[in-house]
Design a protein around this ligand. Structure first.
Ligand SMILES: [Zn+2]
Length: 217
């Protein structure tokens, strides 16, 4: 049993079970765009409230790697098509324009995961495991003590899971450093009431790490 979601830090435990969140989102969406069929165009508009509301569904975290708005700014969040748009060109009967651009197929993602994921496509069985809204991702991967991500041993022999993991570079140094920053920031928040020298020191270290990271990526 892998009960710690690799996208969460030791201090903040978000539950990615969506429940009615997307239904409630659509109520607000249709209040603004009653006749819209393409949800993507409006959700993807960075200046729109809907873009912010959409990211809120995923706690302002990347649904794939877990990096959050305190580590990367809002301009580095994108709206991912879980089943890629390119599939429309292949005219696979199961998918049509309305489904591909509907809220059900849209996932909040960091730019690096979205760009790496690109045209990744999996079979229906794997969709059940990999689509973040199915809330099974937390079982597929785990966070190691050195903050890198690895495939859970139960799925080590599943080649589609492995392809997805590699395609998104979930074991990259960038993801590791982003998690480190997130963990340190959450630590500071946890103890911010006891503002003291140690917390101030950690905050200055976070700034140093962030400066180095900016030069690297
Ligand atoms: Zn990501």
């Amino acid at each position: 049993m892998n009960d710690h979601d690799y996208r969460n830090t030791s201090f903040k435990n978000y539950d990615f079970e969506l429940g009615n969140k997307k239904v409630e989102f659509l109520e607000q969406f249709f209040a603004k765009h009653p006749r819209a069929q393409n949800h993507y165009t409006h959700v993807n508009e960075k200046s729109s409230d809907l873009n912010v509301l959409f990211r809120e569904i995923y706690f302002h975290k990347c649904a794939y790697c877990g990096t959050n708005i305190e580590v990367i700014d809002s301009s580095n969040f994108e709206v991912d098509h879980f089943i890629p748009k390119d599939i429309l060109k292949q005219s696979i009967p199961h998918y049509d324009f309305n489904y591909i651009n509907s809220i059900l197929n849209l996932v909040s993602s960091c730019k690096t995961c979205n760009r790496s994921k690109s045209n990744f496509i999996c079979n229906e069985e794997e969709v059940e495991l990999i689509h973040p809204d199915k809330n099974k991702l937390k079982n597929l991967f785990k966070r190691k003590e050195d903050f890198s991500i690895e495939i859970h041993v139960d799925y080590a022999k599943n080649s589609n899971i492995e392809n997805f993991f590699k395609k998104l570079n979930l074991d990259s140094q960038q993801k590791r450093i982003e998690y480190l920053i997130m963990e340190m920031k959450d630590f500071c928040k946890e103890y911010e009431d006891e503002e003291n020298e140690i917390i101030s020191h950690i905050k200055s270290i976070i700034m140093q790490i962030e400066n180095k990271r900016r030069k690297l990526y």
